[in-house]
Design a protein around this ligand. Structure first.
Ligand code: ATR
Length: 490
C-alpha cells in the first residue's frame, strides 16, 4: 500500500505541523528503547516516544527527570507521528520478529513520503531484507540498524551499524553520531552498506562475542578445575591480563564478576549461578550463515554449541554419573609460565575467532554486493559495544593498511602475533585434553589455525573416497582436468 501524503492522513495535528516538536520518534520502551530515548534526549534532540503498553510510557516519562523537556510521551502511533517534524525518522526498538512487522504495518497508513522507519532491534538480516523488499515503492524509507552495547551502551553511547540507502543514513547521521559511543572523539557509528548490511554485521559481532566469552570461560574452567582456584584467586589473573594485549571490556567484567560476592550465601556470586547459558539467537544465526556460505567459523559454532550443551543440565548430570570424573592433572597452583601460556592461548584463540568472523563478513559482502568496509567495522567496534578492546584498534589499523586482506591470519602484524601465541594455544589445548577439561572453542581455533597453515592437507584422501563410492572425480597434482582412480582394479 502506498503511504498517504500529509493532507490525507488521519490526525488533525498533521495539518498544523508547527505543533510537532520532536525531531525523531522511538517506539518500544523496553530496556534498550528507554535507554536509547534518554540518550537521544540528553544529546539535545526532542524525541517522541510510544510504547504498546501505555503505563510504561507514563512511568518512563515520570522517571526521566530533567530530560523530560526533550521527551514527548505519546499514547498512540497516530499521536507519535503527529508529534514529529516531517520527514520523520522513527526508531523501532521492539522485540525482534513479529512485533517489528506489526509496528511497520501500523505506521504505514500514518506516515508520509520520505519518512524513515529505522529498525534498531536485533533483527535477523534476512527479515530486514524482506522488509526492505516489502517497503520498496511505498515512498517510505527503511533502515536496518544494529545497536550494540546493552543497556549501558544504549544509555550512554552504543556502537551503531547502519544498513540501507546511504542517502537515508545521511538524513539521520547527525542524531546517530551524537548518540553513538566515541572512540578518541570519533563516533562509533557508520553506514556499512545497503539492505541487511547493518543487521548482518551486528549478527557477526554477536557471533564473535559468543566466541570471545566462551574462550574466556574455558580459561576460567582450567584455572578452577585443573588447579582448584577459587573465583577470588582467578579475578586478579584477569585483572592483570586486562592491562596487556587482552585489554577489553569482556576481560574487565570477567574480573569484576569473579570478585563479586553473593549477599545471600556469602560465597562468590559466580559459584551460586547455575551453569546453564541462555541465548537469543544471534550467535546461532552467525553459525548458520557461515555454514550456508561455506566459510569455516568453527570457534563461533563451538561457542554456540557449548551454550546449547550447557542448557542440557540433566543430560550432563547423567553423563557425569555414567563416566565419572575426568582424569584431572592436579597441580597446586599454576606457575607463572603456565599463566603466560593461558594469556597467549586466549589471545591466539581470539585472533582465530576474529579471522573467522571477518572471513564470514567478507564472503557475505561479496554474495550480497555490500562492499562492507572492514576497517570501518573494526573502528566502530572500538567503543560502545560488548567486544570493544585494544585488539580492535590493531585490527582497524591493519585493515586500513591492507583493505584487500583475504584473511586476518595473512596480515603481517597478525602473522607475527600468531607466531608468538600459537605454541601456547597448543600447550593449553593439550593440557586441557589430558585433564579431561572441555575447551571446544579454543580447540576449534587451534584446529582452524593448523588447517589454515597446512599447505598439503588430507583432502586428497577425501577426494579419493568420493571418487571411489560416487565417481565424483578428482584433480591430479601433475596434470589438469578431471580424473578417476583405478579403484577395484587390483
Ligand atoms: P528489551 O529492550 O527490554 O531487551 P525486547 O523484548 O527486545 O526488550 O522488547 C521489548 C519492547 O518490545 C517493549 O517495549 C514491548 O512493549 P510492551 O511494553 O507493551 O510489552 C515491545 N513489544 C513486544 N512485542 C510487541 C508487539 N507485538 N507490538 C508492539 N510492541 C511490542
Amino acid at each position: 500500500m502506498k503511504v498517504k501524503t500529509c493532507k490525507t492522513t488521519k490526525t488533525a495535528r498533521r495539518e498544523t505541523p508547527d505543533m510537532s516538536k520532536a525531531e525523531i520518534g522511538l517506539i518500544g520502551l523496553g530496556v534498550m528503547g528507554s535507554n536509547l530515548a534518554l540518550n537521544i534526549a540528553e544529546k539535545g534532540h526532542a524525541v517522541a516516544v510510544y510504547n504498546r503498553t501505555s503505563a510504561k510510557t507514563g512511568a518512563f516519562f515520570e522517571n526521566a527527570g530533567e530530560l523530560r523537556q526533550n521527551l514527548v510521551p505519546c499514547a498512540s502511533l497516530a499521536e507519535l507521528v503527529s508529534q514529529i517534524k516531517p520527514p520523520r525518522p522513527i526508531i523501532l526498538m521492539v522485540q525482534a520478529g513479529k512485533a517489528v512487522d506489526e509496528q511497520i504495518d501500523g505506521l504505514r497508513d500514518l506516515l508520509s513520503q520520505d519518512d524513515i522507519i529505522i529498525d534498531a532491534g536485533n533483527a535477523n538480516f534476512r527479515d530486514t531484507m524482506r522488509r526492505f523488499a516489502k517497503l520498496e515503492g511505498s515512498g517510505l524509507t527503511f533502515i536496518g540498524m544494529g545497536v550494540s552495547g546493552g543497556e549501558e551502551g544504549a544509555r550512554h553511547g552504543p556502537s551503531i551499524m547502519v544498513g540501507g540507502k546511504q542517502e537515508a543514513y545521511r538524513r539521520v547521521e547527525s542524531i546517530l553520531t551524537d548518540i553513538a559511543a566515541k572512540y578518541e572523539g570519533e563516533p562509533c557509528c557508520a553506514w556499512l552498506g545497503e539492505g541487511g548490511a547493518g543487521h548482518f554485521v551486528k549478527t557477526i559481532h554477536n557471533g564473535i562475542e559468543y566466541a570471545d566469552m566462551q574462550m574466556i570461560a574455558e580459561i576460567y574452567g582450567i584455572l578452577r578445575d585443573s588447579f582448584g582456584l577459587e573465583a577470588g584467586d582467578i579475578a586478579p589473573v584477569f585483572e592483570k591480563w586486562n592491562e596487556g594485549r587482552l585489554n577489553s571490556y569482556l576481560i574487565e567484567i570477567t574480573a569484576a564478576v569473579l570478585k563479586a560476592g553473593d549477599p545471600k550465601s556469602g560465597k562468590p556470586m559466580v559459584d551460586m549461578i547455575l551453569d546453564r547459558a541462555g541465548q537469543k539467537g544471534t550467535g546461532r544465526w552467525s553459525a548458520i550463515e557461515a555454514l550456508m556460505m561455506g566459510v569455516p567459523a568453527t570457534a563461533i559454532e563451538e561457542a554456540v554449541a557449548a551454550r546449547s550443551l550447557s542448557a542440557e543440565k540433566d543430560q550432563r548430570l547423567a553423563g557425569a554419573a555414567a563416566y565419572g570424573k575426568a582424569p584431572r592433572a592436579k597441580a597446586s597452583s599454576p606457575e607463572a609460565d603456565f599463566l603466560h601460556d593461558l594469556e597467549l592461548a586466549l589471545f591466539a584463540g581470539k585472533i582465530a575467532a576474529y579471522a573467522q568472523g571477518f572471513a564470514v563478513m567478507a564472503e557475505a559482502s561479496s554474495e550480497f554486493k555490500w562492499q562492507l568496509p572492514m576497517a570501518t567495522i573494526a573502528r566502530i567496534w572500538r567503543a560502545g559495544c560488548i567486544i570493544r578492546s585494544q585488539f580492535l584498534s590493531t585490527l582497524a589499523a591493519s585493515f586500513e593498511a591492507d583493505a584487500e586482506a583475504e584473511n586476518l591470519l595473512l596480515i603481517d602484524e597478525f602473522v607475527q602475533m600468531m607466531k608468538e601465541a600459537h605454541p601456547s594455544l597448543r600447550r593449553i589445548v593439550a593440557h586441557a585434553a589430558l585433564a579431561g577439561l572441555p575447551v571446544p572453542a579454543l580447540s576449534a581455533a587451534l584446529g582452524y589455525f593448523d588447517s589454515f597453515r597446512q599447505a598439503r592437507g588430507t583432502a586428497n584422501l577425501i577426494q579419493a573416497q568420493r571418487d571411489f563410492f560416487g565417481a565424483h572425480g578428482f584433480e591430479r597434482i601433475d596434470e589438469p582436468g578431471e580424473h578417476h582412480g583405478p579403484w577395484g582394479q587390483g
